[in-house]
Every structure is written in structure tokens, then in C-alpha cells.
Design a protein around this ligand. Structure first.
Ligand SMILES: [Zn+2]
Length: 454
């Protein structure tokens, strides 16, 4: 199955290559004397073709293949002549996360042992032993209650909770159980807490006996981060950073291993954009501000790459974060157009649009506010620290048949539209790069915090 799929794809890619090669042969004159090659659509296609290839097996966090993707991005950053972060020997920003899996759980309520299939747990506490009803907060989620909302409130509060859930919510219970059983990943275990869920119709609990253990292991993850130092040396401007980012992880392969989640749009497209914007600005060389190009790991499993990254720098130095997510297909506003999340939270969009006026194009407002996309990518982490951090996208998420499917491969993209989006971003953000444009900060008190337990 995989072989057939990749054969089909490579033929198409070759055709695309040929088409773009012809196009760019006419429109992009070679610059033999330039130190750093200019951004070209051919290179963009090369990058995305490799990153979305079956060889990388869907770039799952913790897999050997995501490391191959990381090597490729590093190699491109080297070619472009970028520098590692201060104090780093290469572009890898490696860190540890804790992986937690429920190990054992037994619950007795009012003297009756509960069957395993009616139990679920999210816990970051090594050993739980609740013998008295005073040991824990007990919640009853009745037939008419909003289960998701109640659990969300507990997750935000942290602490230790025993939740008795009415059987009317059995289906949703099963969903949470499956999710919790796969385990939790945590950057730190600072917030210790536990939610033990019991599917039962009891609403009067007089005695409890709850015992649980979890297994904790440490694993490594790696962001790939490069710097183009600001040319306004020894000035305030050079200390100011403009951050271009994407995530280079994706979902791996199907459980039977037969199909690959290539993640061409999500987010090989954004990653190719980040690499090639680096190429563009390095070849221009007029970046008074320092530019940082970060491709994050582990976005799909909880945003740990951006979380760790945000703790390694002073967020006050970051003037703006241009996070690029899924730009491989035309937006609802037409081919080559894009929109941004959280436009109302800073005046970045306004400034970008002033720059785009001459090109007769604009960055549109997120057309899917009900989807909460501002919170569904790495920008939210930096926004919580006050950075004007937004995601830029062109996905038609309301009707995208390929989103988080194995069909999100290169054949589903419109690479011409994607290249136009990257070009627009290069024009729109020029003022950030040369220091002539400074957006307002995001009000962090208005950015929702992340849950503490799961
Ligand atoms: Zn995704």
C-alpha cells in the first residue's frame, strides 16, 4: 500500500518540479555573485517534498524519523549560513519530557469494588492512596451535567479529584479513558494532580478506598532553532528578536504501520516556509533585528517544543512571533491568500496589512473563530507571555478532508498557492525585520491558561 502511494506521489512531484522549474527559469534571474542564494519555489518544493516523504514516516515525536527531519532542517540552516543559539554547538535544542502511563488503579466505593472498565485516571502523582472521603475532592457528574466542562475546571484547578460520572455519559467516558490510557507527557512535574474517574450512578459516597500507581519515564525531544544575528550591532534593535516558527512533528503512521501520516500541510508546509524565509532574509541581509527560526517538536502531542523554547529566552525581547501552520492549500479567500489567528489581540495584522497594500493583498482575519485556532498551535505559548504571537494559515479547516488523515500528502497541496503565501509573508514582515515596525503586545491576562493535569 505504501509503495503504491509513493509511486503515485513521486510522479506527481516530478511533474510539479518540472512546472515550477520552467516558471522560475523565466521569472527569477540567477544571482551568481550573491553570497547566499535567493528564495526560490524550486527549493521550497524540494524541502516540503522531503519533509512530507514516506521515508520520514510521519515525523512522530520520539521516533528516529523525526530526527532525520531535524537533520535535514539543520543542514538547510547550515547552507543558509545561520548561527546556533548562543551557547549551543548546533541547531538542536534538546530537552527532556516526562512520559506518564497509568500502571494500576483499584477503586472501592461504599464497600463495593468497581470493575476496571468503569475506571479511568489522569495522574501525575506516583502513588495515590485515598482511604477517607476527606482525602480527596469528590465530584458527582449527574445525568444532566456538562462532563467536559466539569473535568476542564478540575484540570485547570489542579489538585486531587475523585469523579463519579453518571452512565448517561458512558460514551464520553470511554473517549477520555482511551485518551488517558495512552498516557500523558509533561515538561515538568511541578503541577502534581490527579483525576480518578468512575462510571457509576451512585450519588452518595460514604466510603472510599482508591489505590493507584503510574509509571514515569523520561524521554528526549529536540527543537531545531537557528539565528540570523541583527545587523544593528550593539544597539537595542539587534537585541530585539523576530521569531518565525512552525512545527516539524506530525502523527507518525497508522497503528498497523501500513499508512503514513505525511503531514504535508500540517506542518511540513509551515516548516518549509520557515526555512525559506530564513533563506530570503539571509540573502537580503538588512535585518537590523535578530531573526530566530524555530521549528518545534511535539506540537501534536501537547506543544512541548514551544513550551520549552519559551522558557529559554526572555519573552520581552521577542517583538513578534510569526507561527506558520498549514499553508499548503488555498484559503477560502483564494489561492495565495492567508489569514491569521487572534488578529484583535495585537495590532500586528494592521501593520502587516499596511506593508501588503502595495501588493494589493492582505492578511485576513481568522474565518473560523469557533474553532479556537488561536489556542491550537504553538503561538499560544508565547502569547501567554505577552508576545504578539499569532498563527498564519490558509487551511479551510471546516471542510478540509485531509486534516489529520493519511491523505494529507503532497499530492493534496497547491504548491503555487503555498509559494505565494510565503512571498506575502516575506513582504508583510519586512518592517519587523528591518526594525521599522513594532506591534503592540498581547494582553496576557486575556490568554487562557493551559490545564494542569492532562
Ligand atoms: Zn496537526
Amino acid at each position: 500500500m505504501i509503495i503504491k502511494k509513493s509511486l503515485k506521489k513521486s510522479r506527481l512531484t516530478l511533474a510539479l518540479f518540472a512546472g515550477v522549474a520552467l516558471l522560475s527559469a523565466c521569472s527569477e534571474p540567477a544571482v551568481p555573485d550573491a553570497k547566499i542564494a535567493k528564495m526560490t519555489s524550486i527549493q521550497v518544493i524540494k524541502d516540503i517534498t522531503y519533509l512530507a516523504s514516506d521515508d520520514l514516516k510521519g515525523r512522530a515525536s520520539f521516533s528516529p524519523e523525526i530526527d532525520k527531519a531535524g537533520e535535514y532542517i539543520s543542514q538547510r540552516f547550515t547552507e543558509i549560513g545561520l548561527s546556533p543559539l548562543e551557547g549551543n554547538k548546533d541547531f538542536k535544542q534538546t530537552f527532556k519530557v516526562t512520559s506518564i502511563v497509568p500502571e494500576s488503579l483499584t477503586v472501592t466505593l461504599n464497600g463495593i469494588a468497581i470493575a476496571e472498565e468503569s475506571l479511568a485516571m489522569a495522574s501525575t502523582i506516583a502513588t495515590l492512596s485515598w482511604k477517607n472521603i476527606e482525602d480527596v475532592e469528590i465530584h458527582i457528574i449527574g445525568e444532566a451535567d456538562d462532563m467536559r466542562k466539569s473535568l476542564g475546571a478540575m484540570n485547570n484547578a489542579g489538585g486531587q479529584h475523585l469523579v463519579i460520572i453518571h452512565s448517561a455519559h458512558a460514551k464520553m467516558f470511554a473517549g477520555y479513558k482511551g485518551y488517558f490510557q495512552r498516557g500523558l507527557t509533561k515538561l515538568s512535574l511541578d503541577h502534581q494532580g490527579a483525576i480518578v474517574m468512575v462510571l457509576a450512578d451512585d450519588n452518595k459516597i460514604t466510603s472510599i478506598d482508591v489505590n493507584a500507581t503510574i509509571s514515569i519515564t523520561e524521554k528526549e525531544l529536540t527543537n531545531i532553532v537557528a539565528v540570523l544575528p541583527g545587523t544593528a550591532k550593539n544597539t537595542k534593535t539587534a537585541n530585539e528578536t523576530v521569531l518565525y516558527s512552525s512545527h516539524y512533528d506530525h502523527l507518525g503512521v497508522t497503528p498497523d504501520g501500513k499508512e503514513v501520516f505525511n503531514g504535508a500541510d500540517d506542518d511540513a508546509s509551515g516548516t518549509s516556509a520557515v526555512i525559506n524565509l530564513a533563506q530570503h532574509f539571509a540573502s537580503k541581509g538588512d535585518n537590523k533585528r535578530t531573526l530566530m527560526f524555530s521549528t518545534f517538536t511535539a506540537e501534536e502531542i501537547g506543544g512541548f517544543g514551544s513550551k520549552y523554547f519559551s522558557q529559554q529566552l526572555n519573552p520581552d525581547d521577542v517583538v513578534a512571533m510569526i507561527n506558520i501552520e498549514m499553508i499548503g492549500k488555498p484559503s477560502k479567500f483564494g489561492a495565495g491568500t492567508l489569514w491569521m489567528t487572534g488578529m484583535e489581540r495585537s495590532n500586528l495584522g494592521e501593520l502587516l496589512n499596511a506593508s501588503l497594500k502595495a501588493n494589493n493583498t492582505e492578511v485576513y482575519e481568522d474565518p473560523y473563530p469557533e474553532q479556537g485556532l488561536f489556542y491550537r498551535s504553538d503561538n499560544a505559548t508565547l502569547a501567554r507571555l505577552g508576545v504578539p504571537a499569532h498563527s498564519f494559515s490558509s487551511t479551510q479547516l471546516d471542510k478540509d478532508q485531509h486534516y489529520h488523515q493519511t491523505s494529507d500528502d503532497i499530492s493534496s497541496l497547491d504548491l503555487d498557492s503555498m509559494y505565494k503565501v510565503i512571498e506575502s509573508l516575506s513582504v508583510a514582515t519586512q518592517g519587523l525585520v528591518d526594525g521599522s515596525m513594532t506591534p503592540t503586545r498581547i494582553d496576557m491576562s486575556k490568554v487562557r491558561a493551559k490545564g494542569k493535569i492532562y
